[in-house]
Ligand binder design. Structure first.
Ligand code: SAM
Length: 257
């Protein structure tokens, strides 16, 4: 997978791209990450990327030209890196590369969820556009992007932190990225539920005990306990998630207990 971020603050991504799971995924060649400063595509000698809004009012608006130019340049470079031979172009069995998802970070967009991370993880190429200032020229929304995504109903200074959130949650789902593949499978939301409680050594800590079932070594009973705890925790904390699930008789009974 390839992920490019268009931002006015590429330095913000240096630590994040090199650290922990993202850094390992990059080192293993499972993802290619880059942050591009779209100020480099300003058509103005002062490097201006924003301007005052037509119609008046406060705040500055990101101009369309630098952002369109940055995306177009990225796509040109990508094509130049992977030249298609004439034979491959004529061969129906050679898959043509999928067009990138061009994601605008924006508090007015669709709310980011685990389902969206799973969807993004199936893409070959993602481009994130991080806003700043008051907003974007509307033509960026209507003429360039494929998705508008928000990380929640609050307003941040810029799209950099939301882009990092989406990149992190997407990359950890790529095959081979997490050491223990199961850890993404049982994560909260992946199963449609919140995850069950975890315990580690010691068996007793300040009078608090590890449930006996987890020490029993009986795998089927442990699985059943985890499923029940997952259901109960979801009922307590996020009951609306249960509306989307089909529960069997036993599971419905656990919720009534
Ligand atoms: N005036 C805009 C509005 O009311 O919709 C908010 C602009 S905000 C100060 C600047 C930038 O931060 C946005 O363009 C977007 O890229 C990013 N941003 C802020 N909050 C966000 C959120 N909840 N999700 C995703 N991006 C966000």
């Amino acid at each position: 997978m390839r992920i490019d971020v268009l931002t006015l603050f590429p330095d913000m991504f240096e630590g994040v791209f090199g650290a922990s799971i993202l850094g390992k995924a990059r080192d293993k060649g499972l993802v290619r990450l880059s942050a591009v400063n779209f100020r480099e595509y300003s058509t103005n000698k002062h490097g201006q990327v924003d301007d005052t809004p037509y119609g008046g009012g406060g705040g500055m608006v990101l101009k369309p030209e630098p952002i369109f130019a940055a995306v177009e340049d990225l796509l040109r470079r990508k094509e130049a890196e992977t030249p298609q031979t004439e034979a491959a172009a004529e061969d129906d069995t050679v898959p043509t590369p999928a067009p990138p998802r061009i994601v605008l970070l924006c508090p007015q967009g669709e709310t980011f969820t685990q389902r969206k991370a799973e969807e993004f993880a199936r893409e070959e190429h993602l481009i994130f556009i991080c806003g700043h200032y008051e907003g974007y020229d509307e033509r960026i929304r209507t003429g360039l992007v494929t998705d508008e995504i928000s990380i929640g109903d609050y307003v941040l200074t810029g799209g950099e932190l939301p882009a990092m959130v989406m990149i992190d949650s997407t990359v950890r789902l790529l095959p081979g990225v997490l050491g223990n593949e199961n850890s993404a499978v049982t994560d909260s939301f992946s199963t449609g539920l919140l995850e069950y409680p975890h315990y580690t050594r010691p068996t007793e800590f300040r009078g608090m005990q590890v449930p006996d079932i987890l020490l029993s070594g009986h795998h089927a009973n442990i699985e059943a306990w985890r499923r029940r705890e997952s259901l109960r925790r979801t009922l307590q904390r996020r009951p609306e998630l249960l509306d989307r699930l089909e529960l069997n008789k036993q599971e419905s009974k656990w919720l009534d207990e």
